[in-house]
Design a protein around this ligand. Sequence first.
Ligand code: NAP
Length: 246
Amino acid sequence: MSFKDEVVMVTGASRGIGKEIAQSFAKEGAKVMIIDISAELAEEVKEELTGKGLKAESFCCDVTNMQNVQEIVTKILDKYKRIDILVNNAGITKDNLLLRMTESDWDAVVNVNLRGTFVCTKAVTKTMMKARKGRIINIASIIGIRGNTGQANYAASKAGIIGFTKSVARELGSRGITANAIAPGYIQTAMTAKLDDNVREELLKQIPLGFLGTATDVAGACLFLASDDARYITGQTIVVDGGMAM
Ligand code: NAP
């Protein structure tokens, strides 16, 4: 699977799943734009990749800020003249039972996860439409499909991403652009490292394959959806969860 010289924007790419996705595209020859709210971490990932002879740039960016995102898209287009693939991966959690969930917990999660996906997608739409080519891949979650106690805000944001993806797929299909979502299950990252042993044991019982996924499992699905092999797939949500949500 080669992405030689393709320009790929990955949000939230300074760690976890986003970093793995960025690295996987870079290994296949892409020029990867590491977009993250932490300038320092994004720069570290860029250094790590370029140190291996891969092509990467880093940008400090809050995905909820339309002006900030637009400026970065303009910089990328000035230099590379194209954006082929956008991966909306930046996401946060602020879990609490509904009775204890504050308005700010709700707003923060919906803002980064759902609004951020809208903002970044809107920012690349014009250039992809002009090129009559593009791949938009949104990282949702199985929580957006099945819900979860203590995650009403997160579930709503991720279900929103799935609906958003279908609408974008319908709107942009005639311009050669596909939009798909990936719904990971429980993946070993900082986000899930906080789980205590009992919760982890209970989770494993619900996963037919019997183990937590890795960021590489999600990156694999992402590269497939971005490849020519997936040219006739749009508006879909690919579940990467060891069978947990079926
Ligand atoms: P992670 O390790 O917490 O990484 C998320 C990244 O997004 C961090 O680098 C974070 O930066 C960045 N970010 C947060 N807010 C941002 C903003 N406003 N603008 C730009 N960047 C921002 O998370 P992960 O586990 O890799 O998850 C990645 C994606 O997969 C998320 O969308 C998550 O919901 C989804 N997902 C994860 C799992 C899982 O099991 N891990 C399962 C299903 C879905 P800072 O840390 O500096 O804030």
